[in-house]
Design a protein around this ligand. Structure first.
Ligand code: HEC
Length: 110
């Protein structure tokens, strides 16, 4: 299952390599900096606590937008302001692409 996902992510990254987002880089950063709250044992549909939103399968543009909002203060949250502060534009694109590439259970995909 994990191999299939990694392969799919790799194909996706290769197909869209002309674009900025790098899913593998997003995955590495997410596992290092975001998993402590937003995932349990690598499952991004299971945040460690109900106060931490699910990121799996959310729309890429939404995630990128909200991360920029945490940086600017347009969306105010003490924890996420700190988490977003150090992210570059590329980090935001890569992280958002990684989360959007997952199968999420928040909504039905068309
Ligand atoms: C210490 C725990 C913690 C860590 C680590 C953390 N977050 Fe969060 N995250 C939160 C909390 C709490 C919220 C809800 C904040 C709010 O209500 O705005 C949140 C919200 C979010 C949201 C908004 C989701 C939505 O549905 O609107 C995004 C996107 C997000 N985090 C991304 C990240 C990324 C990317 C990282 C790693 C760079 C990260 N988070 C690391 C605690 C954390």
């Amino acid at each position: 299952m994990i191999k299939t996902l990694a392969l799919a992510a790799g194909l996706f990254a290769a197909t869209f390599s002309a674009q900025a987002a790098d899913i593998a880089a997003g995955k590495a950063k997410a596992e290092a900096q975001c998993a402590a709250c937003h995932a349990t044992n690598g499952d991004w549909n299971k945040p460690v606590d109900a106060s931490y939103p699910k990121l799996a399968g959310q729309h890429k543009d939404y995630l990128a937008h909200v991360l920029r909002d945490y940086q600017s203060g347009a969306r105010s949250n003490a924890i996420m302001a700190g988490m977003a502060a150090g992210l570059s534009k590329a980090d935001i694109q890569n992280l958002s692409a990684y989360f959007a590439s997952m199968k999420g259970d928040l909504y039905l995909k068309r």
